[in-house]
Ligand binder design. Structure first.
Ligand SMILES: [Zn+2]
Length: 413
């Protein structure tokens, strides 16, 4: 099937979406339920209505855009991604999968394609953890990984719960209805920029994702003893920074020594107290993000890191606490979707690279309720979450073509 992607229209829509931002261009900042987020959603919904598609929204603002198939009772094939952006990010992360999904549907319609299963495009609420501290809020609740009790425990920096925030934003349905049943979808496939440089370096246009790594997030707090930098002698000290530094180094070596290149661990926040030039740091707060494609290996890293915290803090006579914020299992992508991606790419003469997604996406949670896959396209230097994030229009076009063909194949199955 020939799919005619309107590259100019899609580029213009991506550029327009980027204007709904708190930060000045080229940066994009779009936080959940802000004025900019709601305006961007309204713009997207307008485009979908123009394309003759049906809309529904759930209580969290997850938005479902449906192209009804000839057998509407069959579970639908879904695609989609997110449009929220962390502070000072770029304009392609997530948005390519949302507006690209819409363009794929428009191209299929233009080609005269008639789906058997309905095709749904999903705009997921808050893939980024900016406002409530957990990533993939919308898909997490949709998949049942986070229930309404768990949701009620989350708070933003002003102390608002997601329930309060979403009501203020105008989403008033029953939160318990956000969860989708297993079998609701026949399959889910997400188009996304790679956020790594492999495709660009190898000059391959399509990444066929085979597995999605998942993070465990730890919060570590250390409490030692402060004091005057001149008065407390070295053998008497319980310096929280030095203890934390030793833990951070051990975390690095834990990830380096699993024997797999897929193991990564990062101390992303390291705050010290009281932070004065002549004062011994008495407290440390640090976050650790631990990821792997293999759940067993990821969990062993988490255990090794906890052991290191207990051992090192005990040796240095500091108090330590470790809290596990989340420990999501990694996901394998479904064979039928990687195969459809391969076939679709071949149809357009495009080479594919099997790859692991080291960042996580809404697809990670969708994989809990239906067969799931991801299609990656190159982005410049692998840069993402920065204003200079960039994907070439022709690379986006190739990804949208493959997505369209994959949706068509799955919708006939
Ligand atoms: Zn993303």
């Amino acid at each position: 099937m020939n799919l005619d992607i309107n590259q100019a229209r899609l580029s213009a829509e991506l550029a327009k979406l980027a204007t709904f931002s708190e930060a000045p261009a080229p940066a994009v900042t779009r936080i959940l339920y802000t004025k900019q987020d709601l305006e961007a959603r309204a713009y997207f919904k307008g485009l979908c209505l123009e394309a003759g598609l049906e809309l529904r929204e759930d209580a969290l603002g997850n938005t479902f855009v449906r192209w009804t198939g000839s057998d509407p009772d069959l579970p639908a094939v879904a695609t989609g991604s997110h449009i929220d952006a962390i502070p000072h990010a770029g304009m392609y992360d997530g948005t390519v999968g949302v507006l690209g999904g819409l363009e794929a549907i428009r191209a299929l319609k233009l080609a005269g394609f008639k789906p058997k299963r309905s095709i749904e495009l999903i705009l997921f609420t808050a893939e980024e953890p900016t406002r409530f501290g957990v990533g993939c809020l919308g898909s997490r609740v949709m998949s049942g990984v986070l229930d309404t009790n768990g949701l009620a425990k989350l708070k933003d920096s002003e102390g608002k719960t997601p329930d309060e925030a979403r009501q203020e934003a105008g989403f008033s349905d029953n939160l318990a209805d956000v969860r989708l049943t297993e079998g609701f979808y026949y399959a889910f496939v997400e188009l996304h920029i790679e956020q790594m440089p492999q495709l660009e370096q190898k000059n391959i246009p399509i990444g066929m994702v085979t597995a999605i790594a998942a993070p465990a997030t730890l919060h570590i707090a250390l409490e030692g003893a402060g004091g005057h930098a001149g008065a407390v002698l070295m053998p008497e000290r319980k310096d929280a920074l030095v203890c934390g530094a030793e833990i951070a180094q051990t975390i690095e070596s834990v990830a380096l020594t699993t024997g797999s290149i897929d193991s990564v661990a990062t101390v992303g926040i390291f705050d010290i107290h009281p932070r004065a030039v002549n004062s011994i740091p008495s407290k440390v707060f640090m976050t650790v993000d631990v990821r792997d494609t293999d759940l067993g290996r990821r969990d062993s890293m988490v255990e090794a890191i906890k052991d290191a915290v207990w051992t090192i803090s005990a040796e240095r006579k500091l108090k330590a606490t470790v809290e596990t914020l989340n420990a999501d299992p990694p996901a394998s992508c479904a064979r039928e979707i990687t195969e459809a991606t391969e076939l679709a790419s071949r149809e357009f003469g495009l080479r594919t690279l099997p790859m692991v997604s080291r960042a996580y996406h809404d697809a990670l949670f969708m994989a809990r309720i239906c067969p799931t896959g991801m299609i990656f396209i190159p982005c410049k230097d692998g840069v993402s979450h920065r204003p200079d994030e960039y994907s070439k229009p022709e690379d986006i076009e190739r990804g949208v073509k493959v997505l369209g063909s994959v949706l068509a194949r799955l919708s006939q199955a």
